[in-house]
Design a protein around this ligand. Sequence first.
Ligand code: ADP
Ligand code: MG
Length: 720
Amino acid sequence: MPKGLVSERRPAPPQARAPATALAANPALAKKLEKLGVRIPFDLVLHLPMRYEDETVLTPIGEALDGSIAQIEGEVVRTEVAYRPRRQLISHIKDVTGAAVLRFFNFYPSQHKALAAGARVRAFGELRAGFFGAEMVHPRFRVLRTDAHDAPLPDTLTPVYPNTAGVSQYQLRVLIGQALQTESLDDTLPEPIRAEAGLIEFSEAVRTLHHPPPDVDEQALLDRSHPAWRRVKFDELLGQQLSMRMHYRARQALAAPALPARKSLIPKLLEALPFKLTSAQRRVWKQIGDDLARSHPMHRLLQGDVGSGKTIVAALAALRAVENGYQASFMAPTEILAEQHYRKLSQWIRPLGVEIAWISGGQKKSERNRIARGVADGSIAIVIGTHALVQDSTQFARLGLAIVDEQHRFGVRQRLALRAKVAQPTDGAKVAQSTDRAKVSDSAGPLEAHILMMSATPIPRTLAMSFFADLEVSAIDELPPGRTPIVTKLVADSRRDEVVRRIREACAAGQQAYWVCPLIEESETLDLQTAIESHALLSAALPELRVGLVHGRLSTQEKAAVMDAFVAGDIDVLVATSVIEVGVDVSNASLMVIEHAERFGLAQLHQLRGRVGRGTVESACILLYKSPLSPNARARLRVIYQSTDGFAIANEDLKLRGPGELLGARQSGVPMLRFADLQSDRDLLEAACAAAERMLDEYPQAAHAHSARWMAGRAELLRA
Ligand code: ADP
Ligand code: MG
């Protein structure tokens, strides 16, 4: 690396201070920088350029090519203000090879004055052939002191940073240049790890990115394949890996009630079930059961495509807690789903003499209080509900397991509330009576409940490796037998009549159908309106059928009543907004029509489609779309048409939309990657995973230093 890379072309203004002082002394500037993600001085080091300008050379005016970006230097011949065709400042300059015009449409009197005849000026911009010869419109320029017209040129490329209103490139360059001098750029990677990963040093990487030498491979900088970029991306991925693994290890140090197999309730339930577990269900249940038997809190994500049978596995886990004298909570994202789980679990679990309850927004206060008392005194063993379960004051006597269904639908606040709830001290007296006393008493401190999360959205491997590195993951990769595949059809909106006929036929044959209306994000009213209109149209078109309507504006009881009627077969066609998206299970429904399918996301379409195909009759999903389709909508519909494999669909979704959507709530709970890209930087991700384990084991101090550098002020989000 050439020396003096951090020197600025312009002398730093005399009042310049180290960034830390500058930020503290100038709250207005600090606020603007925050918009750029710069909160602490080290963030300046990681505020990397978008592109560069080459101001290391001067081009003789006579040799500059038309249309090229060039830096020229010359003497002002004259400067004048012209008024036609509009007010502008025109400065004529010349060097020994030729002449050029600098033209400004917005200018200050001070600029006019500075460009006085005889001044030496250096200008940077695009040179174009104009009517009066070569000209630059709004070049960046500076007037050189005449006594020092050999003002040195920079010896590195000039960085152009992402900026925001009120923070100039010049300010950023000065602040970042200072940060590169005052902040510690010490390498956080132990030498053997750096060498093994084939990476350059951190200080060299950031210096190169901010001030590349003129002969740098600029293309590699722009497409981020340059070794300097690779180092920064690796460090970012490593930072993420380290904090998630530290989080994981910290959890392993916490105590949880050990919930070993007791063989009292579970064998009875398995015997009473109308079906046998699939081998995938047995496998994941063993993994979960093994975790629960340990005296450290489990945080396990159970993945499984829609209809793969996650609920029964959750029920087994809940019973395991109950067998051991603990309670289980079961949280679902919507009231409809919570009620359905309540129904299903009651069917399975009540006969075993286990007390199970449902907390719902629609319950009477007295009923609600009765349940709260039962939860608090431990007489209710399993309680099901929405996020109200963790957010309100419900006190558990001895919560052993918290189950979260469709975990990606919960926000950060709910995740935090859940964390607080599972960490609530359990009833000491009752725990002490438990037979696991020996197991728990060796680890001091309060007990935390285990957490089982479930999701029907499969997580592609790269995402799992990076954003879910702190969780154990189990997958049910097999559907229960006897399902008939769903036939998916794409039908233009103009052929709606045929679709209505199809519904008539299906219902005449004793089947039921869903008609799903799109969610209109901007307007809940419009949303409702389309559902009401579709309901009216279908009721008129199908007078012999019973057409029901369910949407988000109905009260809990109203929603439950409609769903009950649909389950009971008293409604033939259910018109719904996407409230039915998650988890509803009506096996006699074999036809689903999705209106304006082009407005739905891939994961959502896949979830919706999973509502049918639960019985033995052949099922169909008709995607009504409105032409013309955007290229992206066309691509989405093609994917959903061609595949019923949730995993393949999630992978396509990742390609089409990036990780944000798939991460759901995690998105806001986990630091997103600024530099690395999971698709194109897979090799770096693998290397960072390996390095993280090794650093934690062999170089714990370096691991902490690295994590502190990359996760400063962000690590606590991981707890969500
Ligand atoms: P999801 O994984 O989407 O939550 P559910 O747990 O709702 O799926 O299960 C879908 C349906 O399959 C339910 O009706 C459930 O009772 C049934 N089911 C679950 N496991 C099996 C199995 N092993 N054999 C047959 N049916 C099963
Ligand atoms: Mg489910």
